[in-house]
Design a protein around this ligand. Sequence first.
Ligand code: ADP
Ligand code: TRP
Length: 325
Amino acid sequence: MKRILTGIQSTNQPHLGNILGAIDPMIQLSQALEMEAFAFIADLHALTTVKDGSERRHKVRQVAATWIACGFDVEKNRLYCQSDIPEITELTWYLNCFTPFPMLANAHSFKDKSNRLSDVNAGLFTYPVLMAADILGYDAHLVPVGKDQLQHLEMTRDIAASINHTYGDILVVPEARVAEDTMLIPGTDGQKMSKSYGNFIDVFLPEKELKKVLMSVVTDSTPLEDPKDAESCIVYQLFKLLAPASAALEMRNKLQAGGYGYGHAKNELLGIVLEHFGPARMKYHALMENTEDIESILAAGAERTRPILHETLSRVRRALGFSIS
Ligand code: ADP
Ligand code: TRP
């Protein structure tokens, strides 16, 4: 059976943009396609920036709890933590030796930071190679990612093609899959929602704090009684993503008619976030209160997944002329 795989770094509690842009599409694909689905938490990648071990582990649990709470079936699929299968670093080394320096020097993940080279560690520089190992190590055919990750996917394909060219077809060359329609979830300030812009919505916040965040969504200063342009209204844009089409149309009409203020719209947004994520919020908090369950799900996920990496490593070791343990 073909395989679909994606990873999320454990650098933050996944926000609404991550959930709608990455987690939900993967869950839908895992249900729709006749493929084995793998989702993992990229904590070795997170080490390039997050140095504190307990902070990183906490974030691993938050990301895992989010996957589970959003409905990823951990029995049918695989949910694991990257560092729980440390042999991935062995494969990374082999791939490193087939990765041309200029390819890495050209990576956005590195170039964005290259004006301050003293801030760049070697892990950040070789980040795309570990990502290639994540994908090639498990023979993934399809990799759902955000647009920002497409370059990394191209590198993965190039590295695999180069190895296959030399040693025969020992690696699966993967395809990227970008969800076009949910690609850009706006944050509270209207820019792309991102942890780096501090404009994100954490749907698992306690209600009072969630309300505060939603009330901070930027709006223009059109008076309550005046008609408003729904399409450019961020509150409406967010509401539309979660509400049934009829409710979204209703809000649109109310905004355009006038006599309906942004405060009203924000309250409706809070209502729909609480409704849409109600069961997920309960599940998430139950998991985070008793993290033993998360730990055992991750341990089981790694145990079931490890043999696949071993198989790939044997293929690669044999091809490269190393002994097979
Ligand atoms: P951030 O921008 O907060 O650092 P990441 O780069 O870690 O988020 O993104 C993890 C995944 O979530 C990627 O697949 C990315 O494309 C998706 N994602 C992040 N932000 C958004 C957004 N605003 N809209 C849609 N998808 C998003
Ligand atoms: N680099 C990805 C991101 O920041 C996370 C990631 C690591 C990943 N390894 C992967 C995504 C393998 C897909 C496949 O979003």
